[in-house]
Design a protein around this ligand. Structure first.
Ligand code: NAI
Ligand code: MG
Length: 376
């Protein structure tokens, strides 16, 4: 068990939270006898400082040779006018790795966090879905036209791009027993592109995932339903790049603090190799992916030991699950986060970082997580 990972801590709080998350990986190695070979390198502002580029060709090449990439966060005000900007390094890695399926879970990491949601607990309680956003195509890529009085971004998708992301959604749905329902998000009432999307997604599900219930969901009405009836989407949502960008940010907001949210970007379907064949497979039979918290480098709190490590730690759990098929260990990490956030420490003070209104620092939170993982 285990494999080879490329660690790119990045800037500001990136290295602070990555260091803590890797301590959890150390414990998992000890307890399971697995081995994760780790190579550290630069991406973002730190790479600009050393190499005058946000990522080097050597790092790009390495990102395609490892089983998974574990990323912190990139950027900060000190590189405000740099060309290229620090965040471009991450975009280039994503593109080189062809990690076209961006996963953002929407569920409460612990019951206690219900109180931090901007939505009433009776509406949002029990929400549990995965938002999958197509991340390598659509309106954000392609040949753009930018003139004085005219602008155009071609919103294009070809069959293979739609098929592969649909297959990822189907494969993920199949990991639940019974299979989770899937909603495909589009605007087929007005966009030709969406009508092709809808037709091809249905073809993939009819042929490869007949056990999975597939429904279509218009993007605009989803924006409303996410805040009025979010639990009615418990299962898997899959959408193109543009709708997914906007709606996955919205769904992220349902469960509260930015510091808690993990993400994964995968190069193929997770789960058994019968689904999707060799697409995106790594050397250990998992899927190649890049794992990072949703939050940025939080320069306002960096260097003070205040960052919440939970988003990075939950990203580690996703890496174990999807890239290394270590479902049991991933569950343990998730459970440790839940336990720590739900437990009141001695004296009745909960272990919470500042973003959750607590007084704990990164270290305290991390130590509580480490000792809980050891116990589970
Ligand atoms: P941000 O996510 O870094 O911070 C927004 C707010 O949330 C700040 O008040 C911050 O202190 C807080 N916050 C974020 N993570 C936290 C954590 N783990 N614990 C506690 N509080 C946390 O977004 P912002 O300020 O817009 O961007 C800062 C820099 O990060 C910019 O250079 C931006 O371009 C970059 N960025 C990088 C991303 C990446 O590497 N994928 C994603 C988003 C932004
Ligand atoms: Mg966004």
């Amino acid at each position: 068990k285990g494999g080879k990972i490329l660690v790119l801590p990045g800037d500001h709080v990136g290295p602070e939270v990555v260091t803590e998350a890797l301590k959890i990986l150390d414990i998992i190695e000890e307890e399971t006898g697995s081995k994760f070979e780790r190579e550290f390198d630069l991406c973002g502002g730190c790479s600009l400082d050393k190499h005058k580029d946000s990522v080097t060709e050597a790092v790009l090449k390495k990102s395609t040779e490892v089983d998974a990439v574990f990323f912190g966060s990139a950027g900060g005000p000190e590189w405000g006018h740099s060309q290229p900007n620090p965040e471009s390094g991450l975009l280039r890695i994503r593109h080189r790795m062809q990690i076209f399926a961006n996963f953002r879970p929407c569920k409460f990491a612990s019951k206690a966090l219900l109180a931090y949601s901007p939505i009433k607990p009776e509406i949002v309680g029990g929400v549990d879905f995965m938002f999958i956003r197509e991340n390598c195509g659509g309106a954000y890529y392609g040949k753009k036209i930018e003139e004085e009085d005219y602008g155009c971004d071609p919103w294009e998708y070809s069959r293979y791009e739609i098929e592969r992301v649909a297959r990822v959604a189907g494969a993920l749905a199949m990991q639940s027993d019974p299979p989770a329902p899937v909603w495909s998000v589009d605007k087929a009432n007005v966009l030709a592109n969406s009508r092709v999307w809808r037709r091809i997604v249905k073809e993939v599900f009819d042929k490869e995932f007949p056990q999975v219930k597939l429904q279509n969901q218009l993007a605009d009405s989803l924006a409303l339903l996410l805040i009025t009836k979010p639990t009615s989407f418990n299962g898997v949502l899959v959408s193109d790049n543009t709708f997914g960008d906007i709606l996955s940010d919205e769904s992220g907001g349902l469960t509260g603090s930015l510091g808690l949210l993990p993400s994964a970007s995968l190069a193929g379907p997770p789960g058994p190799a019968e689904i999707g064949g060799t697409l995106g497979r790594n050397s250990v039979g998992g899927v190649v992916g890049l794992y990072e918290p949703v939050h940025g480098s939080a320069p306002d709190i960096s260097g003070k030991g205040l960052a919440n490590p939970v988003g990075q730690v939950l990203s580690l759990a996703m890496m174990l699950r999807y890239s290394f098929n270590m479902h049991r260990e991933a569950d343990i990490v998730d459970k440790a986060v839940e336990t720590v956030l739900d437990t009141k420490a001695d004296g009745g003070m909960e272990i919470r970082t500042g973003d959750l209104g607590g007084k704990a620092g990164t270290k305290e939170m991390s130590e509580a997580l480490q000792s809980t993982v050891r116990k589970l």
